[in-house]
Write a protein that binds this ligand. Structure first.
Ligand SMILES: [Fe+2]
Ligand SMILES: [Fe+2]
Length: 508
């Protein structure tokens, strides 16, 4: 048997496990390392790591070298019910009292109920003998779990021996380090989850400001993530050797969630503008109705005057003139309704007709001369494509500048450090004609190119627009193809997006 003073190699083992624990962020791997480290130091044949959850102990990792079992963590799942917090159970006792228990042979021990290990032995032919059970207590004296080691093996004879008291002290130190590492990992995980859910809540709320695409941020995040995964999986041409690490993937998804956060400041009348005049159409139609009714009244008044004066020979000329005038008002109304529809392309001829309508005047109720259409109404109606005037487009495009400004103020954790940069570039195009900075070619990183592509795809295929049906995938791909040909979107990304059918992965 070894001496009761920890030797140098034990201290070295403890130190190296301690360093490994503080570097490990993956919860399951961390648990595995703790148990493996404790077994290595004590040369224990088997061991179990439990974590406290409310009033019970959960089996997290179970190793048994002789039985060749490796359960929990990344191994096969554990189907054993949790341990109740009763003092008869040795692990629960240690969790409740914070005291270590070291038993040379559990078959001779009377303080605890060992029917569990005995049953296990009966079924499997194993012999549970020595046992060391240590509490895992963190820096705030919280008991977060229990480390149970079974059957210390003598290095020289391979015999099962009691656990060495020197080993016990080392394992107690390890358990305390492990508890702190687990607490830290949980805190980091909690903070990340809190941040993620906060981002998702905020961006979903911002998306909900417009009925047009209520799932946009979520879908852009998912599509971007799937396209990046497709890149990592692809060995074709330019994608050979390009791989996103888990952290890079998470960073891209986060940039997807946040890319349009600046829309919080975009006025609703601009963001939700469904037609060229939008809410102003009603006012314009009422004005035309007023002009029409005034003309009709005027016509009847003039007719009455002619009849009264017996000048019936002038009636026909009056009827023709007034009839023509009212017909023109009807035509103007029809033309405005047509031009208001965003699916109408405003060519030069149509724009000329709208100018002519705008240049006509009428007298308002106060007798002042007014144009049929105001300058702003004419500007809105003569927008060639879409619904936004240059000014409104500028306001709309500002969202990406606001996104950049907002995200710059967030002290992102290291793995998200480039989120502001990627998010702020989602409207940059490879030909340098995007916004806000007109970046071109290689100055746009791959992540921003991914966002640019999936952003357009989602805007085209969104099914929740009240005035626009979801565009079929084939049509959206054709439009993306045009944008690639125009040198706006990345052709390699587009091909991969198509061949790996990224949208289907998201729908699944
Ligand atoms: Fe955007
Ligand atoms: Fe977007």
């Amino acid at each position: 048997m070894k001496s009761s003073t920890p030797d140098v190699s034990l201290v070295e083992d403890l130190l190296s496990i301690g360093i490994a624990l503080s570097a490990e962020k993956d919860h399951n791997r961390l648990l595995e390392r703790i148990l493996a480290g404790a077994r290595k130091i004590t040369n224990a044949d088997a061991g179990t790591l439990y974590l406290c959850e409310k009033d019970r102990l959960l089996f997290k990792i179970m190793h048994n070298k002789t039985m060749n079992t490796f359960k929990g963590g990344r191994g096969e799942p554990i189907d054993i019910p949790p341990v109740k917090m009763v003092k008869e159970n040795v692990s629960a006792f240690v969790a409740l009292t914070g005291k270590t228990v070291n038993i040379p042979d559990v078959y001779n021990a009377e303080d605890f109920d060992f029917s569990g290990p005995r049953n296990y032995d009966k079924i499997t032919g194993y012999r549970t003998r020595s046992m060391l059970v240590v509490p895992m207590e963190n820096h705030e004296s919280q008991k977060i779990g229990v480390l149970q080691l079974i059957n210390a093996v003598d290095v020289g004879t391979d015999e099962i021996i009691p656990f060495d008291p020197a080993h016990q002290r080392v394992i107690e130190a390890l358990a305390s380090q492990a508890a702190i590492a687990l607490t830290n990992a949980k805190l980091i995980n909690d903070i990340e989850q809190l941040f993620d859910s906060f981002v998702q809540t905020i961006t979903t709320a911002i998306d909900a400001r417009t009925p047009y695409n209520a799932n946009h941020s979520r879908r852009v995040a998912l599509l971007a993530g799937e396209l990046a995964r497709a890149i990592s999986q692809s060995n074709e041409g330019a994608w050979q050797g390009v791989e996103f690490s888990q952290e890079e993937l998470e960073q891209l998804v986060m940039a997807g969630w946040l890319h349009d956060i600046g829309k919080v400041a975009t006025p609703l009348e601009v963001m939700n503008k469904a037609t060229r005049l939008d809410s102003r159409l009603e006012l314009v139609l009422q004005r035309l109705e007023y002009i029409y009714q005034t003309s009709a009244t005027d016509w009847h008044r003039k007719r009455f005057t002619l009849l009264e004066g017996g000048r019936t020979q002038s009636l026909e000329e009056l009827d023709q003139r007034c009839g023509r005038e009212m017909g023109e008002i009807d035509e103007a109304r029809a033309l405005i309704i047509k031009a208001n529809d965003p699916s109408t392309f405003i060519d030069d001829q149509l724009a000329g007709q709208l100018f002519a309508i705008a240049s006509r005047t009428y007298l308002d109720t106060a007798g002042r001369e007014q144009p049929f259409l105001s300058r702003e109404e004419l500007d809105a109606l003569t927008v060639k494509k879409g619904t936004l005037t240059d000014k409104e487009r500028g306001v709309m495009e500002d969202h990406v500048i606001i996104t950049a400004r907002m995200l710059e103020k967030i002290p992102f954790i290291r793995k998200y450090s480039r989120v502001p940069e990627f998010s702020a570039m989602h409207h940059e195009h490879l030909d340098g004609k995007g916004y806000p900075n007109g970046l071109a070619g290689d100055s746009i990183p791959l992540e921003a190119r991914i966002l640019a592509l999936v952003d357009v795809y989602d805007a085209l295929t969104a099914g929740d627009r009240p005035y626009k049906k979801a565009m079929p995938v084939e049509d959206a791909l054709r439009i993306l193809g045009f944008m690639v040909k125009d040198g706006k979107l990345d052709s390699g990304l587009y091909e991969l997006f198509k061949t790996s059918r990224v949208w289907e992965r998201v729908e699944q």
